[in-house]
Design a protein around this ligand. Structure first.
Ligand code: MLC
Ligand code: AMP
Length: 511
């Protein structure tokens, strides 16, 4: 079944029931959501999007951006969301790799988008602004409001989410209608969505957390979303008075805790606070419970397959753990030989779906890479390290993969190192994550200058990287050293670097 049809079957019977409550008093009802998404689907169909064709969108969060996603599902297209922070060369790669039929860009970047689309043979470009302006919504408005949602099978693709690779090229994780539908229903049930729920939605919608986890739960419940363009702690606090459920990355919770107004009374109407995408610090967990009386429910997942584990709604939400496998998910902690380890032992977290099915459909056009990431018995190797406790709670204790998670966004050191190493005056570099009070981890670069050449200072280095890397990937600190510590095999000892350097808060780049 098409994921959209599954969600639509759960929309409220009253067409006027609110679906999206937007800043400035604008509302979109469930009836309007259905007709508007039909118009977007019709536009995509008229533009030549056929089942399986990709639709790429690098746009700011808006009601129209969500309608585009729903319209894409309805037309049978494969949605490919991209962070608006990506720079030209980053987008160039995604378009070339995914070969979308349509690219939707920000109005301010139309000229660049057209050049990139031309080079990547993307036949059509539309623009869509944060306020819904631009050619896409205008063209959709001229379309009929009836559209027969294209039937899709459980294995047909619904979305591709690009995740950077620890080595080499960025990989497109392919998610099918069945994966997203199963996950949506499992979360909806586990988190007890009910009549009267209102979701405060402040996450970006270019990733799994905001687009799938949050939106699908609300839509599958026929609930209103307070649909905000971005996270803002003071505004969140005001809106929480009208919400029952909130989802965020740990940074949202540390920022909420900075608000003096965060009290039990301020969140009296809320029933559930959910955290994920990065480790929630035990201090944050404890401080939030003390200030609000709410025990944050932490869960765990990935672009490759959505959510895998969650703390329980009823029963103990255990600090420092991500709870139990979700219904339909099998999780094991395995040794290097893929054999399961007993409770208490640390190993790699591996996950498998219902009846041994893979948790996602593999990496776009990377059959060999896909094969390498799965065990012989069908488990996906997450690259996260964890262990089960005696009661079956899963704790994530580290990462086997070289990855920094900054404010809930993944940064692959290798990509930043390659960009730094290409700069004049740089001999080599190592990029690491350092504990950061706001972002959880912050990207830091340790750089060896090339002797005898005019090497950049920290500010110069950042300025040179800015046109090439999305802002969230830029180092928050730069340290210059004579040489990088290496082991006998010549591998850079990043642990040593992490011990040697520390950030004191969010300081500007320094040398
Ligand atoms: C923005 N900046 C960041 C950043 N976000 N730097 C490091 N890490 C981040 N996450 C930089 C910008 O480049 C800019 O730099 C400056 O900060 C101000 O930008 P901003 O957009 O105004 O920042 P802010 O609104 O404060 O955003 C921070 C944030 C946001 C934490 C609120 O990043 C956010 O909403 N993160 C959530 C991401 C998310 O949804 N993750 C889920 C992935 S799914 P300059 O230099 O230009 O000034 C997933 C699976 C799962 O992981 O399990 O859920
Ligand atoms: P992404 O590729 O953006 O989907 O990020 C997935 C990664 O985020 C996982 O492999 C984990 O490393 C991390 N992650 C997600 N949820 C949690 C969590 N609750 N605790 C720790 N790490 C998490």
């Amino acid at each position: 079944m098409n994921l959209y049809s599954l969600l639509e079957a759960r929309f409220p019977r009253e067409a006027e029931a609110p679906a999206l409550i937007l800043p400035g008093g604008r509302q979109l009802s469930y009836g309007a959501l259905a007709t508007a998404s039909a118009r977007y689907a019709a536009l995509l169909h008229e533009s030549g999007v056929r089942p399986g064709d990709r639709v790429a969108a690098q746009v700011e969060k808006s009601a129209e951006a969500l309608l585009l996603y729903l319209g894409c599902l309805r037309a049978g297209g494969v949605f490919l969301p991209l962070n608006p922070a990506y720079r030209r060369n980053e987008v160039e790669y995604f378009l070339g790799d995914a070969e979308p039929r349509l690219f939707v860009c920000d109005p301010a970047r139309m000229a660049e988008a057209q050049e990139l689309a031309w080079a990547a043979r993307v036949p059509l470009v539309h623009d869509l602004g944060a306020g819904g302006e631009g050619s896409l919504a205008a063209a959709a408005a001229r379309m009929p409001e009836d559209f027969d949602t294209v039937p899709r099978g459980a294995d047909d693709l619904a979305a591709i989410i690009y995740t950077s690779g620890t080595t080499g090229r960025s990989k497109g994780a392919m998610l099918a209608h069945g994966h997203l539908a199963d996950n949506a229903l499992a979360l909806h049930r586990c988190w007890g969505f009910r009549q009267g729920d209102v979701l405060l939605h402040m996450l970006p919608i270019f990733h799994v957390h905001g687009l799938f986890v949050a939106s699908h739960c609300a839509l599958a419940n026929g609930s209103p979303m307070l649909f905000e363009p971005k996270f803002d702690a003071a505004r969140a606090l005001r809106l929480l008075a009208r919400a029952t459920v909130f989802m965020g990355v740990p940074t949202y919770y540390t920022r909420l805790l900075q608000e003096p107004g965060l009290t039990r009374e301020a969140v009296a109407g809320a029933r559930l606070f959910i955290s994920g995408s990065a480790p929630l610090l035990p201090e944050t967990f404890a401080a939030f419970a003390e200030r609000t009386g709410h025990v944050i429910l932490e869960r765990y997942g990935m672009s490759e397959g959505g959510m895998f584990a969650s703390n329980p709604l009823e029963g103990e939400r255990r600090r420092g753990t991500v709870g139990f496998p979700l219904p339909g998910m099998e999780i094991r902690v395995a040794g290097a030989d893929d054999r399961p380890l007993p409770a208490g032992e640390i190993g790699q977290i591996q996950v498998r779906g219902r009846e041994g099915a893979p948790v996602f459909a593999g990496y776009w056009r990377m059959a060999e890479r896909t094969r390498q990431e799965f065990s012989a018995d069908g488990y996906f190797r997450t690259g996260d390290l964890g262990c089960f406790d005696a009661d079956g709670y899963l704790a994530i204790v580290g990462r086997g993969k070289d990855l920094v998670i900054s404010g809930g966004l993944n940064v692959y050191p290798k990509e930043v190192e390659e960009a730094i190493d290409a700069l004049p005056g740089v001999a080599e570099s190592a990029v690491i994550g350092l504990p950061h009070p706001d972002l959880g981890e912050a990207v830091a670069a340790v750089v060896v200058r090339r002797p005898g050449s005019a090497a950049p200072d920290a500010a110069g280095l950042i300025a040179a990287l800015r046109p090439r890397l999305a802002g969230f990937k830029l180092p928050k600190a730069v340290f210059f050293v004579e040489e990088l510590p290496r082991n006998a095999m010549g591998k850079v000892q990043k642990n040593q670097l992490r011990q040697r350097f520390a950030l004191d808060g969010a300081e500007p780049p320094r040398s």
